[in-house]
Design a protein around this ligand. Sequence first.
Ligand SMILES: C[S@@+](CC[C@H](N)C(=O)[O-])C[C@H]1O[C@@H](n2cnc3c(N)ncnc32)[C@H](O)[C@@H]1O
Ligand code: SF4
Length: 394
Amino acid sequence: MTTRSSLITHRSSPQFNALPPLSLYIHIPWCVRKCPYCDFNSHEARGELPEDEYVSALLLDLEAALPRVWGRPVLTVFIGGGTPSLISVRALDALLAGVRARLPLAADAEITLEANPGTVEAEKFAGFRAAGVNRLSLGIQSFNDRHLKALGRIHDAAEARRAAELALRSFDNVNLDLMYALPGQTPDEAAADIAAAVAYAPQHLSVYHLTLEPNTYFHRYPPALPDDDTAAEMQDALEAQLAGAAYEHYETSAFARAGRRSKHNLNYWMFGDYLGIGAGAHSKISFKNNILRESRNRQPKTYLAQAAVGAVIPETRDVTHAELPGEFMMNALRMNQGFDLSLFAARTGLELTRILPALDQAETRGLLTRDHQRAAPTLLGRRFLNDLMQLFLA
Ligand SMILES: C[S@@+](CC[C@H](N)C(=O)[O-])C[C@H]1O[C@@H](n2cnc3c(N)ncnc32)[C@H](O)[C@@H]1O
Ligand code: SF4
């Protein structure tokens, strides 16, 4: 039998025997209106979207990045935002054709598009499917008009319902995003939102606790939110409700029917690689002896201007050895079933000894369980995830 000490090897710098799986993230930075709680890189679209120009910029960006991921198959693609469903089916088709011509997409690649439930967008769902998108992630947030209004959403409950219906008619792999602990929301209302979502039988649900993020309108003018105990009650109830409806709770906010976990997000949480193209997009790319992070300019105008003169230039930096354990654990601890301990060395290129003291401490505090093969957060660890992650930060 393997003992903990037999897992210890001695190596001082990262070294990868095999590179991690690779995903592609494509950022579309525009929205009809900025929501007051949102800190994503999204910008109000004024007038018509420069979509053709932007698709050309994305493909130029991709082409310049190709040498950094040369020959590696891409297992998943995620087109996120912003509101990617604002772009036309024609532009999306051109984008995906351009991606396929430049990168070896796996035959069964998961290709997700984030969509908002506006009427105009819902009418495009079938076209998006025909263009090659095979998973739709729909930002419902709530099925309650009062709460949608409080969130500053541009759609109402009827549009949310119609969009969910249309999404499930065109796609056999649909995620619905919901948020809870909304301004003025009661536990019964939160449960009613979950029940309404489950009634559509989506393959996946992402249920987020509304947080007040710095640099948002809600942060500056905080609305009256349910207190911590009420929010915790809502969380316990929705987890039980979703377990009862055959959704596996596999990550902090993610629930999936059997075989329908998000492959793209799992690759992030398992500290896989991703190339991010588009305004404000980030990449993490492993090489034989180092891991590189890239970020592109957040402003769509600047990004387009860079492309217009022929070069989207990301800022780049190597992840330091000291940062790697924390970065790995910030992702891996989000998964309810935890991770195989061998994944730490496989993804960071470092020895497991680096995190043994923190693993021991987390176990002693009841935040983590571990055997010779796996480590996973306990229920207490999941409820106090920030405290648990803190133990691994440099
Ligand atoms: C990239 S965002 C937006 C996707 C899409 N534009 C929309 O709004 O429907 C993805 C998801 O993050 C969640 N989200 C955004 N801001 C949040 C916040 N402050 N707290 C909790 N969840 C948030 C929402 O559920 C949202 O659907
Ligand atoms: S629509 Fe989505 S991405 Fe755009 S501002 Fe609202 S939450 Fe953010």
